[in-house]
Design a protein around this ligand. Structure first.
Ligand code: GUN
Length: 284
């Protein structure tokens, strides 16, 4: 039985980060690319994620301004900070880590960030431009999935792509990204009838549902490319994906592991988005 090739997202991220680091060290200006990161409250996972984002940004030479606001911060106070950062020419990217405390409207905050400083691709203007196939900033996880798919050299044009999960930050923008590349895209979700009839026709299957090891080999077409976006923490503290890796590896042609698959590439894409915003703002 031929086993799937495991797509090493960690190594791909390292390569992208090394290339970016070289570009930054070659800069002829003293204005360094700068990312502002904001966390509100004490969500433990958010603190771990953002610490990792700041660290990796610094590793490639992107400067960071980290703001840690207490959970009783009002929406107005957060809006004031965002307005200040929008106006600050030394800041090229702004990232507000989600989720926010219930007292703050997330959509209001997302829309307050200057679309040209948005590094998450969550701003409605950036989502709209993606729909129009005139992308400005695209969300990091969809970009990470696309990068992994491109590494397989499979043909995207005309491919049947099935995405399980319809979130605004993964499923929907990824569907647009792949439709723009001429794939035939199906979005499935919790209300989808006969999920297997869809997934078994997928040349490329992308799973972003947050349900540990939900997808076994019975959902996978022979030799499909399988991308696992899930990051699930099990009771024993280990992390696993939405795909049952051990069962799918004998059926797929390419498979992403969890951890070290989509995750590290998502941060690499954040750094790319920050760099792209920087070069546009400085007209480099
Ligand atoms: N929370 C979970 N994922 C993300 C992300 O990609 N960006 C932001 N800003 N918050 C998140």
């Amino acid at each position: 039985m031929k086993q799937a090739i495991i797509l090493d997202g960690q190594q791909m991220a390292q390569e992208l980060n090394n290339q970016l680091k070289a570009k930054i060290s070659d800069l002829k200006t003293s204005i360094m690319p700068t990312l502002a990161t904001i966390i509100v409250g004490d969500n433990e996972a958010s603190h771990i994620y953002v610490a990792n984002k700041n660290k990796q940004a610094n590793n490639v030479g992107i400067q960071t301004k980290a703001f840690y606001l207490t959970s009783d911060t009002s929406e107005n106070e957060l809006l004031k900070l965002i307005t200040k950062l929008n106006q600050d020419e030394s800041v090229h990217g702004i990232l507000v880590q989600l989720p926010l405390p219930k007292s703050i409207n997330e959509q209001t905050i997302i829309e307050a960030i200057d679309a040209n400083k948005d590094v998450d691709g969550f701003h409605p203007k950036n989502l709209g431009l993606l729909m129009l196939n005139k992308p400005n900033t695209v969300a990091c996880t969809p970009l990470a999935c696309l990068h992994l798919i491109k590494q397989t050299n499979c043909q995207i044009s005309g491919a049947n792509v099935v995405i399980i999960g319809r979130s605004n930050i993964v499923g929907k923008p990824l569907a647009a990204l792949l439709a723009n590349l001429d794939a035939t895209v199906t979005i499935c979700h919790a209300k989808t009838k006969n999920l297997k009839t869809h997934t078994l026709s997928a040349d490329i299957l992308i799973v972003a549902i947050g349900n540990p090891r939900f997808i076994d080999e019975s959902y996978v077409k022979e030799r499909a490319v399988v991308i696992d976006v899930g990051i699930n923490r099990l009771a024993n503290k280990t992390i696993c994906g939405d795909v049952d890796f051990a069962k799918v590896i004998d059926k797929a042609s390419f498979l992403t592991p969890v951890p070290k698959g989509v995750g590290p590439l998502t941060i690499a894409m954040l750094l790319q988005n920050t760099w792209n915003n920087y070069t546009k703002q400085l007209k480099l």
